[in-house]
Design a protein around this ligand. Structure first.
Ligand code: SF4
Length: 324
């Protein structure tokens, strides 16, 4: 798809159906009809970073902080595996309370007691930590690039750079992780050219997983008064990313389901997605993982319902790289 076609779909398309048909065809051809279910545990909402859009930012004193113990995380992962979920995603803010050795014990214990794949989503760490996590048995690493515009990235992420983000992703790949990344559509200050650059970034990086998120404001952040991103535009961006990246795993992000709670999962599956990530964070913690306002919980039941409704199949394998 050329630059003009991409810009057309990001700006003026009034009939999306041809785009979604094409994305669905690419998804079927390169990924098949399986939908992979990846269970998330948000095990800590502490974060040392200060991203301007995120409710977990360090300067937000209004969030009730929590950390799950190592034993709690492992026990919960075992329970999720017992439901037939083949991938556990361990997600947190950038929280160095979980040292390299604590993380490695958690990873080793889960791998010893289950046969799941482990995806880590624990942010920017020293490279030595990444190597240790990989040796301990972690399979995948999710680190969203958020925006491919250097300027916007630096405005939104104090003391962080897009260049470092990319360097980390390349290092993770080099040491054997399957990598995942993705953007946020609708960020304040984002242009259509920035969105097109996100699609190019995802195509060029050729990561195992590519996602399209959606900006939703959080009331205790500097961006509290900006409107949510446009879900229709995000769905079109998903379709474009599917066409551009072909055999990537693409989730329906929780942000899309939060804005379109009635049928966001189905629409995401129709726009090229082949992954759903139900949230298994225990109830007593989940309400405090307030990255944005009114974050929905995608349940396992809703996940299976959406897959069945779209006449797709629940994947029975771990969903490892389709690039190999
Ligand atoms: S987006 Fe991630 S790194 Fe940034 S403040 Fe939120 S949890 Fe921390």
């Amino acid at each position: 798809m050329n630059r003009d076609e991409i810009l057309y779909y990001l700006t003026e398309a009034d009939d999306d159906s041809a785009l979604f048909r094409r994305a669905d065809e690419v998804r079927r051809r390169y990924c098949g009809n399986d939908v992979h279910v990846r269970g998330i545990i948000e095990f800590s909402n502490y974060c040392c970073r200060n991203c301007r859009y995120c409710g977990l930012r360090r300067d937000n004193v209004n969030v009730v902080r929590y950390r799950m113990s190592s034993d709690e995380i492992v026990a919960h992962a075992i329970e999720i595996a017992s439901y037939g979920v083949k991938t556990i995603v361990l997600q947190s803010g950038d929280d160095f309370f979980y040292t390299q050795s604590i993380m490695c014990v958690i990873i080793e214990e889960i791998k010893r007691k289950t046969d799941v794949a482990i995806t880590l989503s624990v942010g920017e760490r020293p490279f030595d930590d990444y190597r240790a996590f990989r040796s301990a048995g972690a399979d995948r690493y999710l680190l969203k690039h958020e925006t491919a515009s250097d300027k916007l990235y630096e405005q939104l992420h104090p003391q962080q750079t897009l260049e470092q983000r990319l360097r980390i992703l390349e290092y993770l790949r080099k040491i054997g992780f399957q990598i995942g990344t993705g953007n946020i559509d609708g960020l304040p200050g984002q242009t259509v050219d920035d969105l097109r650059a996100d699609i190019d970034f995802l195509r060029d990086l050729d990561s195992e997983m590519a996602s399209v998120g959606l900006f939703i404001p959080q009331h205790d952040t500097p961006l509290a008064h900006y409107p949510s991103g446009d879900v229709a535009l995000a769905l079109r961006a998903m379709a474009l990313v599917r066409i551009a990246t072909k055999n990537s795993y693409m989730p329906v992000t929780t942000a899309i389901v939060t804005v379109d709670s009635s049928d966001g999962l189905q629409k995401g599956l129709q726009a090229g997605a082949n992954v759903i990530m139900p949230d298994f964070t225990p109830d007593r913690y989940r309400k405090d993982y307030t990255i944005y306002d009114n974050k929905m919980q995608i349940t396992l039941e809703a996940t299976y319902g959406a897959i069945k409704g779209e006449q797709r199949h629940i994947a029975q394998d771990r969903g490892d790289s389709l690039k190999w």
